[in-house]
Design a protein around this ligand. Structure first.
Ligand code: NAD
Ligand code: MG
Length: 386
């Protein structure tokens, strides 16, 4: 029996890796829906190859463009557009890969959770913005939530099936340190968007690549871990591990530390979550430890990477603070990628917005979206002063 899958953000880095794994197992998964916001030619190519029932784009004009690009080969693909259509396909398929980047992915990820789907969550921003509400939606809908972020997938694989709260003492999140791990603050102030996106170990979309360079990515992941695994911030430790071979670890009360290892290739966590609790081939080459040679570890430098501290502070602050942090970061990263601000300004703008916006506890999704809008407006104001 094949399972139907909706891949939200199929034109992105995670989306394309997901299709790569799915294509290896036509007996297991059939593509119900593909969605993309840009790169319409690539989406058209995916539609011709995978023949989904539905394809979703951002606007009516894009829908028309996609229709033309797909051509007669894909005339059975129903094309729709907009956030409501994204939420609709997220409830229709048995498996949903939530791989849209940023806050734009939150409503559809929550919709999949509410509908009780098997939710493969790559869109960490959804959990950062709405941790409690998201986990409540998962519980209410009876969804199966499986983490795709490599660290969280690793932790998931190292956790006991039950009794984690009594037996686990700490969660150790590994971080590569990004492309600027050893760079001085002065030199960092002058880096270009392309330098920030040249990650030493992982090939990813541009937003998460910049987040890795500022280490905000690790901060977002600390918040993500807090919600996924119910661990308090004090029991989450970040350790720099430049080789990205250990994807994260779980420490037990008896001193045992379990690590999950592998080559840094997102097809491993994707295949794991797709097939869980079974295992399927992912196309990832076997880990050659002799070639890796050594595994190094160091403490993160919070002075050079203030975004990590900002994220810990937001997690310990009001329950609305992570949504404010996320919105400010999205605006600042977009401005950096556009050449509007320097690399060092990202942390400064996030700090300023966190200071300025009243992050009242959100009671429902609309409150989160409102907080997101307020924080974005404050970030744009801070940009004007930058
Ligand atoms: P990407 O930029 O390569 O792809 C993003 C996808 O989202 C694209 O399909 C794009 O069309 C779509 N999208 C963008 N804006 C949209 C909008 N407003 N509405 C609808 N769709 C929109 O990003 P990525 O690297 O694949 O990352 C996706 C998510 O997965 C992010 O949340 C990221 O943090 C997370 N993640 C990625 C990796 C990785 O290795 N790439 C690893 C861990 C977690
Ligand atoms: Mg990660």
């Amino acid at each position: 029996m094949t399972q139907s899958i909706a891949i939200l953000g199929s034109t992105g880095s995670i989306g394309r890796s997901t299709l790569d794994v799915v294509a290896r197992h036509p007996d297991r998964w059939r593509v119900h829906a593909l969605t993309g916001h840009t790169r319409l030619a690539e989406l058209a190519e995916q539609c011709r190859t995978f023949r989904p029932a539905r394809a979703i784009v951002g606007s009516a004009a894009d829908a028309q463009t996609l229709r033309g690009l797909i051509g007669s080969e894909g005339r059975d693909v129903a094309i729709d557009h907009g956030p409501a259509a994204l939420c609709a396909v997220a409830t229709e398929a048995e498996v949903v890969m939530a791989a849209i980047v940023g806050a734009a992915g939150l409503p559809s990820a929550i919709a999949a959770a509410e509908a009780g789907r098997r939710v493969l969550l790559a869109n960490k921003e959804a959990l950062v913005m709405a941790g409690t509400l998201f986990m409540e939606a998962v519980a209410r809908g009876g969804a199966t939530l499986l983490p795709i972020d490599s660290e969280h997938n690793a932790i998931f694989q190292c956790l006991p099936l039950e009794g984690a709260d009594r037996r686990v003492s700490r969660v150790l999140l590994t971080a590569s340190g990004g492309p600027f791990r050893t760079m001085s603050v002065e030199r960092m102030a002058t880096v270009t968007p392309d330098e920030a996106c040249a990650h030493p170990n992982w090939s990813m979309g541009r937003k998460i690549s910049v987040d890795s360079a500022t280490m905000m990515n690790k901060g977002l992941e600390v918040i993500e871990a807090r919600w996924l695994f119910g661990v308090e911030p004090d029991r989450i430790e970040v350790v720099i591990h430049p080789q990205s071979v250990i994807h994260s670890m779980v420490e037990y009360v008896d001193g045992s530390v379990l690590a999950q290892m592998g080559n840094p290739d997102m097809r491993t966590p994707i295949a794991h979550a797709l097939a869980y609790p079974e295992r399927v081939a992912s196309g990832v080459r076997p880990l050659d430890l002799a070639a890796v040679g050594r595994l190094d570890f160091e403490k993160p430098d919070l002075a050079r990477f203030p975004c990590l501290s900002l994220a810990f502070d937001a997690l310990r602050g009001s329950s609305g603070a992570p949504a404010v942090l996320n919105a400010a970061n999205e605006v600042a990263v977009a401005a950096f990628l556009d050449g509007g601000i320097g690399f060092g300004d990202i942390a400064r703008i996030v700090a300023e917005v966190l200071e300025r916006v009243d992050a009242a506890a959100p009671a429902e999704l609309d409150d989160v979206l409102e907080l997101d809008r307020t924080a974005r407006a404050a970030a744009h104001e801070a940009l004007r002063g930058a």
